[in-house]
Every structure is written in C-alpha cells, then in structure tokens.
Design a protein around this ligand. Structure first.
Ligand code: AMP
Ligand code: MG
Length: 416
C-alpha cells in the first residue's frame, strides 16, 4: 500500500506557482509574502532624542557631576514633530523623538538637570547639568534600526502583527502576497443530520465533520464554504460536483463514502466525471481510505473518510500540506518531543495519534499519547493539543523515545 511519504509526493507534484495579488497593510495580516520584501528607507529617518532633556555638545559636560555641575545657557527648544534646528552654542531643550540639532552630539535627560533661570514665558534660559555627556549619549542615530535594503519579510512567510509594525514604520502599504486557494466542502451519509434543531431519529447522527472542517480551513487562512450533504444518493453527486466546479474553487473536500461499503460511491462518481484518481488508500491510521483526485480543470479533490478523527487527519496531513504549497509556504516542520508512555501498534502503518504535549520541569517538551484513539472518538480531542506521529517501522515505542509532533495551536505545551 502507498506510504504517506509517497502519497505526499504525488499530491505535491504538479500544480502551478501560486497566483499573487497586492494588498494594503490593513489587509495583509495572515497572508503569505509572495516575494522577498525589503526596506527602502532609514529608520529612524533622522538623528533624534531618546529622552526628554537637553541637547548639548558633549565636551561641554564631559566632567559634569552632581558635585561639580556644568552651567549652560539654553538657546532654544525642539519638540517631536518640529523640523530640525541648526542649534546654538549652549544647551537646547529637546523632547523624546525630536530631531537633534546638528550642533549637538549628546542629550542629557531632564532628571540630570536643574533649571537656574527662566524667561517671562517660564521657558528655561539657564540650566545646570549634573551628569556627564559623551558623543552619542541618548541619541538615536538615523538608520540604526533599518537601512535601505534591509530584509523585512522573506518570501513564503506568513505576515504577523510584528511585520505590520515594521512595514508601517517604513510606509509600505502595497504588500505582495499570494492568493489563497478557495475550498468547498461536502458531507456524505444518509445517517447525517445537519440541522442542530432537529431531534435525532433512530439510526441518525449529527454531522460533526462539516463544522470542524469548515472552521479548520478558515483557521488555515483560506476561504471555505459548506456545500451541503449528499444523503448517499450517488446520482446527486455529479450534480453537486458540477455546481461546485462552476464556482471559483481550487480544492473540494468530501467526507465519507470512500471505503469498501456498498454506498461508497465517491471513487466511481469521480471517474464518471473524468477526474483522475491519483491515489486511493494510504498506509496510515486512522484514515486509510483517503483519496486524492484531480479534475480535468485542475481542481483538487480530497475524499476524506467519514470517521471524525480520520477526517481530521486527512485535513491536517493531506489537505493542509497542499494548501501550504498553494499559498506559497514551505512544508510544515514537526517538533520533537519525549514520549511519556509506552506505545504499541498492530500494523506497520504510520499512526497519527491524538496527543497532549507539555514542557516538563526540566523544560523539555514531552508528549503523551492519549487514551481513546478509536477514530470515532471525539472526546479525546478535547484534551488534544498536538498530533503524535508514530512512524511505520516497528510495532512498539518505549517511553523516553523521541517522536515527531505537530501542534494544533500556537499556545501549546505549558509547563508542568
Ligand atoms: P464512511 O466513511 O462513510 O463509511 O463513514 C464512516 C463512519 O463515519 C460512519 O460511522 C459514519 O456514520 C461516520 N460519519 C460519516 N460522516 C460523518 C460526519 N460528517 N460527521 C460525523 N460522523 C460521520
Ligand atoms: Mg457513509
């Protein structure tokens, strides 16, 4: 049977480079940079004061101290937002962020000065300075944060609020980003009930996959729509597909009807529509019946199995890698964690297990494979904060082994 690595290779080969667009800074968060973005300006753009105080010539206060303060006349004042002054010969009142006049090379903070005389507007005209100065003291030099040509964002990087701050500081408002793929979702199963207000009849269950998949796809930063449920009527499949294919959709995901049962109509339905099935079944658990196909127009199709956990694995380990590629991102990298419990499995498949990771007292990331791995069991997902990967080789792992994990969220693994 096809290995996970082989399935991934098939899915990720082919397909063009992602399309790109330009968005304003307001809309850039969460997008992927379509190319390397560099700075074009100096930040700070001019030498400015890091303190409220007085700009001075450093040699005039070189030996100043509390016991032997230097006395200077005050020649003028600059606040933040004023245009730069030339300055004078004594001291110059200055506020944080104001341009330091060229005549001065240091700033003495207000706490290290005393006003000796003021004019009739109560502005200081003479001060004493009780701290020494040296060239550059309390001055933020132009270009000491960013210089023209500095790398801001590497191609393929997801734009975060930190990038937004840098881009805003540099006045960059037209951000080249990739156009994320759009996804559509269908569910299959005569037993499914979509309407939450409906009371379950004997034999019925609620559709938990569609809300899960929809919100997960949106959390990946892509636009996804729920196109409804096919109640195991194969003749409705083609019609539904045609409806979806006429929309601007790049990925279709279905759940259920890809196993060996009498009502597992997806593979035949896809073939009848001219789609090429690139694989059906992979040596994984849960989710073995997973199917990947492509329609003649390039639309990708994931047939995920119906069991809730199998559909979650199909999304995270099949659809998500393709979504990353389509968004112009590098493949996701796993983390490594120390396995806390012994684990054994009954086949040489790759196992994706509901797991919980946290940092132990020594600060090492540890992972517990949770009880209740059956693919119909949703409750353990409430304790899950990562997927643990048990590789194909071997039928058991001992506690203390290092294994790969994929976190579900950013804030995982709090300390014990
Ligand atoms: P199937 O892959 O269609 O054979 O379904 C496998 C199992 O998953 C069956 O027990 C189904 O009832 C269940 N199942 C299928 N679709 C869903 C769904 N959307 N939500 C919850 N369970 C489902
Ligand atoms: Mg079914």
């Amino acid at each position: 049977m096809l290995s996970y690595a082989e399935a991934l290779k098939i899915m990720l080969s082919g397909g063009e480079a992602p399309a790109t667009q330009t968005v304003s800074l307001d809309h850039a968060l969460g997008h992927i940079a379509a190319k390397k973005i560099t700075g074009t300006e100096n930040i700070p753009p001019f030498n400015n004061s890091a303190m409220d105080g007085y700009a001075v010539k450093s040699e005039s206060v070189q030996a100043a101290s509390a016991d032997s303060p230097a006395v200077l006349k005050v020649d003028g004042s600059t606040m933040a937002g004023d245009s730069p002054s030339v300055g004078g010969t004594g001291a110059w009142e200055i506020m944080t962020g104001a341009p330091v006049p060229d005549a001065y090379d240091a700033v003495i903070r207000i706490e290290d000065t005393n006003i000796l005389e003021t004019n009739n507007q109560k502005r200081p005209t003479k001060i004493s300075v009780s701290a020494e100065g040296f060239p550059g003291k309390n001055i933020r030099k132009a270009g000491t944060d960013f210089c023209p040509g500095d790398l801001l964002i590497e191609q393929g990087t997801e734009i975060t609020p930190n990038h937004i701050m840098a881009l805003a500081a540099l006045g960059q408002d037209n951000i080249p980003v990739t156009i994320p793929p759009k996804a559509a979702l269908i569910s299959t199963g005569k037993e499914l009930v979509d309407d939450m207000d409906q009371t379950l009849q004997p034999g019925q269950i609620r559709n938990s996959n569609a809300p899960y998949l929809l919100q997960s796809l949106r959390s990946f930063g892509i636009d996804a729509t729920n196109e409804g449920t096919i109640y195991d009527e194969p003749e409705k499949f083609e019609q539904k597909m045609e409806e979806i294919l006429s929309k601007d959709v790049h990925i279709i995901l279905s759940t259920g009807a890809v196993s060996m049962g009498r009502y597992d109509f997806i593979p035949d339905g896809l073939r009848a529509m001219g789609a090429e099935i690139l694989f059906h079944k992979a040596a994984i658990r849960p989710g073995k019946p997973v199917l990947f196909a492509r329609f003649p127009d390039g639309t990708c199709y994931f047939g995920l199995p119906g069991n809730p956990v199998a559909s979650a694995v199909g999304l995270r380990f099949f659809a998500y890698p393709l979504i990353r590629k389509m968004r112009g991102q590098e493949p996701e990298k796993s983390l490594s964690a120390v396995l806390k419990n012994d684990f054994s499995k009954e086949s040489l498949f790759r196992f994706f297990q509901k797991a919980h990771c946290k940092h132990n007292k020594e600060g090492r990331l540890t992972v517990e494979i949770l009880p209740g791995q059956e693919s119909f069991k949703i409750k353990p997902m409430l304790d899950q904060n990562c997927w643990a990967i048990v590789p194909e080789y071997g039928l058991s792992l001992n506690a203390g082994s290092m294994i790969d994990i994929y976190p579900l969220y950013q804030d995982f693994g709090a300390r014990e």
